[in-house]
Design a protein around this ligand. Structure first.
Ligand SMILES: Nc1ncnc2c1ncn2[C@@H]1O[C@H](COP(=O)(O)OP(=O)(O)OP(=O)(O)O)[C@@H](O)[C@H]1O
Length: 323
């Protein structure tokens, strides 16, 4: 097992495991180790990997991405028939469930301040990925609300970064999920930092509207066929008709004096989901705009904007090795 010293494959095999869910890249498990430590293990399937060396080089790059808004990547295991990734376990679930889960009477709505904090944290995590390697434009490739996990202090942590390089062209992995930029919807190889920005914009719209971008709309014409709601297009049409207030999640209506912030975040989301990749802002600028909305003073110690480029980056050699 490579990565975290002390963690051996035998430890994982002895651990008691419980399935967390199935995703496009495999199945995730919660594993409780003998020493009481809890980790999340992802068992990968259907990757387009040319060999152990390519996989290991890529894992080395991902392993060096350490940031408070990224889920910690602890170790990996590679064999012909088995590929495992080990992450720190996030006990508070994911953003998808916070927004759309437990719709019953006991539901606690996700308040506005928390939504803004999650938006800001997610943007910081993406910013770190985009800026951490100077010789290679690293991308996340699969930004969506199930990949934003919440830690015990309510901070957003981005997970599942960097797998897009292993998606085989024939794979169906999230090609048509509601977060995919139009230019990348048909061809996963067209994923770029700009398509990450689009996906992040959709995630912001999800936070603002409370609507799930990948939900099936059974009211689509020609019943029997369902289609995925195109959240950016729906929001644009409502705003064009000057019914902007209608886009916001009804659960947000109970909070006072947040309209200006909601409209501000909506403008950022709409800029991120521009159809033309060149018109979408860079993530550093998005971080700055969200911080301004929150009235957060960006101290020089923060890893945003200019200081992003000063934050410890993945070494040039490691980057080149993965190209
Ligand atoms: N480190 C972790 N800690 C806690 N829960 C996790 C962790 N990683 C993943 N999960 C949860 O496990 C479930 C499955 O995750 P997984 O990443 O395999 O699929 P996904 O996010 O639904 O899709 P994709 O594979 O496209 O990212 C999700 O509910 C996810 O939130």
């Amino acid at each position: 097992m490579a990565g975290d010293r002390g963690l051996e494959l035998e430890d994982l095999l002895r651990a008691s495991a419980e399935m967390l869910g199935k995703g496009g890249f495999g199945t995730a498990y919660k594993a409780i180790l003998d020493d009481g430590n809890v980790v999340a293990v992802k068992r990968l399937k259907d990757l387009s990997v040319n060999g152990k060396k390519e996989f290991e080089q890529h894992m080395e790059v991902l392993g060096r991405l350490r940031h408070p808004n990224l889920v910690g990547f602890k170790a990996y295991y590679f064999a012909r028939d088995e590929k495992l990734l080990v992450y720190e376990y996030m006990p508070n679930g994911n953003l998808f469930w916070l927004l759309h889960g437990n719709r019953g009477p006991g539901r606690t709505p996700l308040d506005w301040t928390t939504r803004l904090k999650i938006a800001a944290g997610t943007a910081r995590g993406i910013s770190f990925i985009h800026n951490s390697c100077k010789s290679l434009k690293l991308i996340h490739g699969n930004i969506k609300s199930t990949n934003v996990l919440i830690d015990k202090n309510g901070n957003a942590k981005v997970s599942d970064f960097g797998f897009s390089v292993f998606i085989s062209p024939s794979s169906s992995v999230s090609k048509s999920n509601g977060y995919r930029a139009p230019e990348a919807a048909l061809d996963g190889r067209k994923l770029t930092q700009k398509s990450d920005i689009y996906s992040f914009g959709v995630l912001l719209l999800e936070l603002l509207t409370g609507k799930c971008p990948s939900i099936m709309d059974n009211t689509a014409p020609g019943s029997g066929y369902s289609s995925v709601i195109d959240l950016p297009r729906w929001v644009q049409s409502v705003v064009r008709e000057e019914w902007t207030a209608e886009v916001f999640d009804l659960e947000l209506m109970r909070y006072k004096d947040i309209e200006e912030e909601m409209v501000g975040l909506l403008q950022i989301a709409m800029a991120c989901t521009q159809a033309s990749p060149d018109q979408r802002p860079k993530i550093n600028y998005v971080v700055k705009m969200i911080d301004e909305l929150r009235g957060v003073e960006v101290s020089p110690a923060h890893d945003t904007l200019d200081s992003v480029s000063e934050s410890p980056s993945v070494s040039e050699d490691t980057c080149r090795a993965s190209e």
